[in-house]
Design a protein around this ligand. Structure first.
Ligand SMILES: Nc1nc2c(ncn2[C@@H]2O[C@H](COP(=O)(O)OP(=O)(O)O)[C@@H](O)[C@H]2O)c(=O)[nH]1
Ligand SMILES: [Mg+2]
Length: 295
């Protein structure tokens, strides 16, 4: 018997969704940072075993929309919720808000929903129990699972509960090749790795306005040649991204390069430039140019 299904991973930003998807899939599919709105696009992480294939759809967090990029991100969340076999809602175990229950109610009305409580390594069980009992009032939740991606705690339970929900199939109807772990291209992943390093190395207000535009991606030879524009919204941001004598941008590139080399399995020559595009987050064709599809 075989099982196949799409699992929509939703929840507040910073809840730990991307870290979980990476841990479940065992590959770095989705970038992670302590900053809000790290994940902008829906990204699939694919886990294949002999008798099942699970496609996790990692989404941007739920938040109020401010600009067109925000609207795009929220649309991603809604599309996912209506199109999946299972919803995996992640509650941040270190900061659960009662309002989330209303949102979870909407989800349980839409599709079979499992709730994961993240980061149990960081909080105490005294904190987790009240969350479990409060969530337990909603009898439509299929399972409530405290877990830790960092400590690999209870991740097998998450898989088990998902498999319980998916129907059995006689034939192997896997939609993806068995060695595929994401739907995204290496080019997209390269841009995301660079964006992750920028998020980690730059201070609070900058990251939301950053985009990565790959202008050259040549991996045909022994060494890959990659040129990248880091786009920011203001002239003043540009000098911050560059840093003193170029120190910041050098650090971004030197942290990103080894990860890109590992992904491509070859040496990489990475050149990063910084450009200013005012208010790109409100200009549709520019959002699309940076790889975020608005349809
Ligand atoms: N202590 C702890 N922190 C975590 C865990 N998972 C994620 N985090 C942290 O929570 C923050 C947000 O994680 P991320 O996966 O990007 O959240 P997302 O916005 O829901 O995708 C990051 O700083 C992570 O390092 C975990 O299992 N334990
Ligand atoms: Mg994320």
């Amino acid at each position: 018997m075989f099982k196949f299904g799409y699992i929509g991973v939703v929840g507040n930003t910073n809840a730990g969704k991307s870290t979980l998807v990476n841990a479940l899939v065992g590959e770095k599919v989705s970038i992670v940072s302590p900053k809000k709105q790290t994940t902008r696009d829906n990204i699939m992480g694919i886990l294949t075993r002999d008798n099942y294939q699970l496609v996790f759809v990692d989404t941007p967090g739920i938040h109020r929309s401010k600009n067109k990029l925000d609207k795009f991100m929220m649309k991603n969340v809604r599309t996912v919720v209506s199109g999946v076999d299972v919803i995996l809602y992640i509650v941040d175990g270190t900061r659960f808000k009662e309002e989330e229950k209303e949102y979870i109610k909407k989800l349980t009305d839409t599709a079979p929903t499992i709730v994961g409580i993240s980061k149990v390594d960081a909080g105490s069980y005294e904190k987790i129990y009240p969350i479990i009992s409060s969530l337990g009032e909603n009898k439509d939740i299929k399972a409530i699972i405290p877990f830790s991606s960092y400590k690999n705690r209870n991740l097998d339970e998450v898989i088990k509960e998902i498999l319980k929900i998916l129907p059995e199939q006689d034939t192997k109807n896997f939609e993806f090749d068995e060695d595929m772990y994401t739907d995204k291209s290496v080019r997209f992943m390269t841009a995301e790795i660079i964006r992750e390093k920028a998020l980690l190395l730059l201070n609070e207000e900058l990251p939301h306005g950053l985009a990565i535009n790959i202008t050259r991606f040549d991996e045909s030879g022994k060494t890959a040649f990659i040129d990248v524009d880091i786009i920011c919204e203001k002239e003043s941001h540009k000098s911050i991204v560059i840093g003193r004598h170029g120190s910041k941008i050098k650090e971004i590139a030197s942290r990103a390069r080894p990860e890109i080399e590992e992904m491509l399995g070859k040496k990489v020559m990475l050149e990063c430039f910084v450009k200013v595009k005012k208010n790109w987050r409100d200009v549709e064709h520019e959002i699309e140019e940076f790889g975020y599809k608005l349809d």
